[in-house]
Write a protein of this length. Sequence first.
Length: 177
Amino acid sequence: MNEIEYKGKKIPYILVKSKIKNIYIQIKDGQVIVKVPLRVKEQYINELIKKKSKWIYEKIEENKRKTDIEEKIEQKDIERLSKIIQKNVKKYSIELGVVPKKVRIRDIKYAWGSCSSNKNITINMRLAKKDEEIIEYVILHEMCHLIYMNHSKEFWKLIEKYMPKYKENRKRLKNMA
């Protein structure tokens, strides 16, 4: 196991030499993996890792913060989220006249919610700690995708019809990311 030092902290990393053309540094599950072509000299690798030590340290810290957030979400929070989802899906199914095939709660990295072309809705479990109005906005947003699978003017008008101050909730949600 190799290691670099940044701000007095030793950061271990795994060095993998293989038949590749470029050098890659990745942080996976809190572990630093450095992949290099077979022909790269040890001195060059060490210099590069020293140059990238700040970036590596920041990515590891970012990873830790995300993990801490995930660990803080308790079962009672997920149960609360589930109840809010059920209530709002029922409400908007009646109001919009559409019903999703499935509604799931998952840890998705890229969005607060998603709606597939198969009419399946996925809600991000990280919403479990958010207030009910924000959760309702995400549910309404995804339910409206059952009608418009885009972000057209009609889509936003539909959201506004059922939640006149959706822009405030949308802005609050963007600031939480």
